[in-house]
Ligand binder design. Structure first.
Ligand SMILES: Cc1cc2nc3c(=O)[nH]c(=O)nc-3n(C[C@H](O)[C@H](O)[C@H](O)COP(=O)(O)OP(=O)(O)OC[C@H]3O[C@@H](n4cnc5c(N)ncnc54)[C@H](O)[C@@H]3O)c2cc1C
Length: 336
């Protein structure tokens, strides 16, 4: 087991909030190591929706997900954070070295990283897409079944059926209008969508123009094809009517199931099953010098948005630095 040099702060997770934490810590002249289980940085934004536009991050009226995380990385890594990709955090313990109490974080690669403080920005932890309850569904992966829209070009000229009633399903029904073969079939098991009203209105407008076919309340009952996908069977659950719809690409956007994994075993108080409880004044957990920020951090009234997580990153980093140095937490403005 290797033990690398001691840093001030280990940041667990390289999503937008982990990168923001690295920025604020570096800005305060703290040393940082980021440990990320994926082989890439950018968290959910790069993994799930790199080509979706984001409209609600302050200072960016409209920006592609990947572009946003590229900028987060440019800003967050400018002070030379040590980035360890492809390593999942597993064990956390308190050790003493040269009279100093440190955290020791062990990863699934057998590395051990030492730091004075930890900021957990693990999002939803290890997450995976929620799947349709259709027999043999896994067998269609790589043969026309998609859980993400990573590159729009994959769907160029394809007959797409999108399943879901939330923002992702509506966003991609609109977002693939210039790419897929029209109409795109949008399937939802209820009549009412959960997505942003303006997106639903736009989809209904496109339905009138032939760009979208809205099937509600419908469910997917089967998938057929010789080798690759050729059609899906839809049932109108109100009438019981069944129809076969030609389909090369079935895109199911039904959200994710996720779990905190090893982090949940670290004796840190949780908020529900998916979040770590923090004091929103400091973003500190019940464990000394362990902070959390972003989607993983929970407190009453929490809203899981990038902008909020970035604010929490500033609070967490500033408080971690203050505690390590035995100072009062104070902002330091950026300046030349
Ligand atoms: C489809 C979709 C659309 C969205 N659109 C918007 C939007 O328009 N605007 C907006 O503000 N928000 C949006 N969000 C929410 C936004 O993406 C999240 O709020 C944001 O990604 C949270 O950032 P984070 O850094 O806290 O977590 P994440 O982005 O989830 O990053 C966490 C990182 O931690 C890593 N990790 C987890 N566990 C471990 C471990 N044990 N060891 C090492 N690494 C670990 C993960 O691999 C991941 O890379 C959207 C979310 C989705 C799913």
């Amino acid at each position: 087991m290797k033990s690398d040099g001691v840093v001030d702060i280990t940041v667990l997770g390289a999503g937008p909030v982990g990168l923001s934490t690295a920025y604020y810590a570096g800005h305060r002249d703290a040393t940082v190591r980021i440990v990320e289980s994926l082989e890439q940085i950018g968290g959910q934004v790069s993994a799930v929706y790199p080509e979706k536009h984001v409209y609600d991050v302050a200072g960016h009226p409209k920006i592609l997900g990947q572009k946003l995380t590229d900028l987060c990385a440019e800003q967050g890594l400018q002070y030379g954070a040590d980035v360890r990709l492809g390593e999942e955090a597993k064990e956390l313990s308190r050790i003493e070295r040269d009279g100093e109490e440190l955290y020791s974080l062990e990863t699934d690669r057998g590395n051990r990283y030492l730091s004075r403080a930890i900021v957990i920005t693990a999002g939803h932890g290890a997450f995976e897409p929620r799947k349709l309850g259709v027999e043999g569904i896994d067998g269609w992966e790589g043969r026309g079944l998609h859980y993400f829209v990573r590159e729009k070009a994959t769907f160029a000229g394809r007959r797409c059926v999108i399943v879901g009633g939330g923002d992702s399903a509506l966003d991609w029904t609109l977002g693939l209008q210039d790419t897929a073969r029209l109409p795109i079939t949008l399937v939802h098991r209820r009549d009412r969508f959960r997505a942003l009203e303006t997106s639903v209105n736009e989809a209904r407008r496109l339905a009138a123009d032939g760009g979208v076919r809205i099937c509600t309340p419908h469910e997917v009952r089967g998938i057929a094809g010789d080798g690759s996908m050729e059609s899906v069977t839809l049932e109108n659950t109100a009438t019981g009517e069944v129809e076969e719809v030609p389909c090369d690409a079935l895109i199911t956007l039904l959200g994710f199931v996720s779990h905190l994994g090893a982090i949940a075993q670290w004796n840190i108080e949780l908020e529900g099953k998916r979040q770590i409880r923090v004091d929103p004044m400091t973003m500190e957990t019940n464990a000394p010098l362990i902070f959390a920020a972003g989607d993983v951090a929970g407190y009453p009234g929490k809203i899981t948005l990038i902008t909020i997580g970035m604010g929490e990153a500033a609070i967490a980093a500033n408080n971690a630095v203050a505690q390590i140095r035995g100072e009062k937490a104070q902002p330091k403005y950026s300046t030349d």
